[in-house]
Design a protein around this ligand. Structure first.
Ligand code: ZN
Length: 392
């Protein structure tokens, strides 16, 4: 057993402990608290906190880094991403490996990784990065939704089972998945976290209200528009409720265009909003109403989205952007979002997300400057990888 003492310990499920101690035995946390005078390994001027949780990314798109220019219209941005994706026959593996290395170096312990191919499964396995793997389905005019879900489930069954990699089938978004496919996925997802891009763009709100606009034009240009689809005439969360997807396992990713009613429906269902503000700016989706998320009491987790729409996979940089957009939210809540909330939403709450006895000791030591007025505020101001090391 090793006992580490640090300037600050942030267990997340209780307030920071000045000069506290965490005890680790063979990779498992066995105790945390005040220093009782026993023998310790002194780490000095560092803050120890749980490894961070990136609740929404697409590691397989890492090869697109910097190649899909910023846009002012999200459908236009998606169209250029799709055009770029058509230029390759498969997702190149090296950028995935590099992205996992980068996420690790920046203190990430767990990812919610959206995939269409499972190209990330082996690299995640090799590097020991835990993941909820979301096998994403699209199909606005899918002829046989049950068969599409069954095929994805067969793909999952063929993977080598790994305790820290947990795959499930999820839908892409309301404008790219038919109601019947949404319902088929909901049926297949029982007991598993279910992630969907939701309320991301103004055009999505228009599409659900009236069936018009840029998303419809894109579906038509791709030849996948379904003329029998009738617009539900409601908001995105109510629409998902009607298909049976809104419950405590739902991760509603983005929510840039959520109104108070959307947010309170998610709050009532104990669902999670995953905010990725840097990506929202890049794609032209806009600025998410982060203060309203927190003000409602809904669970909020944090994601970077993919390297196609963000500069890096450093969650500390994402936190700094959230801090900029939501100055009134206590830093403690932001750190909770980037650790415990994400771990719970991804189904890893028993393993990761807090420093508490019995959980895996995937812990970060962040080097602090000699004078820190508020350690929590310091940690949401943007931490660079050079200041981060993993406790072992
Ligand atoms: Zn995404």
């Amino acid at each position: 057993m090793i006992r580490y003492r640090a300037a600050w310990i942030l267990p997340i499920d209780r307030p920071p402990i000045a000069g506290g101690v965490v005890a680790i035995d063979r990779g498992v946390i066995v105790g945390v608290g005040e220093h009782d005078g026993g023998a310790v390994q002194e780490l000095g001027k560092v803050a120890i906190l749980p490894g961070l949780v990136n609740a929404h990314t697409h590691l397989e798109l890492s090869w697109m880094r910097g190649q899909v220019p910023r846009s002012t219209s999200m459908p236009a941005w998606v169209a250029s991403l799709m055009a770029l994706r058509r230029t390759v026959s498969h997702e190149p593996p090296e950028p995935i490996v590099e992205a996992i290395r980068e996420a690790r170096t920046a203190g990430t312990a767990l990812v919610g990784d959206v995939t269409n191919t499972f190209a990330t499964y082996e690299p995640l396995h090799d590097r020991g990065l835990s993941a909820a793997l979301f096998r994403e389905l699209l199909g606005f005019s899918a002829p046989d939704p049950d068969a599409a879900v069954a095929a994805a489930l067969r793909q999952i069954a063929e993977l080598t089972p790994v305790a820290w990699l947990r795959p499930s089938v999820v839908p892409h978004a309301p404008y790219s998945v038919s109601p019947a496919l949404l319902r088929a996925i909901a049926k297949a997802s029982a007991g598993r976290p279910l992630s969907i891009h939701l309320g991301e763009s103004a055009q999505e709100i228009e599409f659900l209200r009236s069936g018009t606009g840029e998303w419809r034009a894109l579906l038509e240009s791709l030849g996948v528009w379904n003329p029998s689809w009738t617009p539900p005439g409601c908001g995105p969360v109510e629409y998902l409720e009607r298909q049976g997807l809104v419950n405590d396992r739902l991760l509603a990713v983005h929510g840039v265009r959520f109104g108070d009613e959307d947010i309170s429906r998610l709050r009532a269902a104990a669902a999670t909003i995953v905010t990725c503000p840097r990506s929202n700016r890049w794609t032209g989706a806009g600025e998410p109403p982060i203060e309203r998320f927190y003000g409602s009491g809904v669970r909020v987790a944090v994601g970077t989205d993919s390297l196609a729409s963000v500069e890096d996979l450093n969650l500390f940089h994402e936190l700094a952007e959230i801090r900029r957009l939501a100055p009134s939210v206590p830093a403690r809540q932001l750190l909770d979002s980037a650790t415990r909330a994400g771990a719970e939403a991804l189904g890893f709450g028993a393993d990761l997300g807090t420093i508490s006895a019995g959980k895996r000791a995937e812990l970060l030591a962040v080097r602090l400057p000699s004078r820190v007025a508020d350690v929590e505020e310091y940690l949401v101001a943007g931490v660079e990888p050079a200041a981060i090391s993993w406790l072992s």
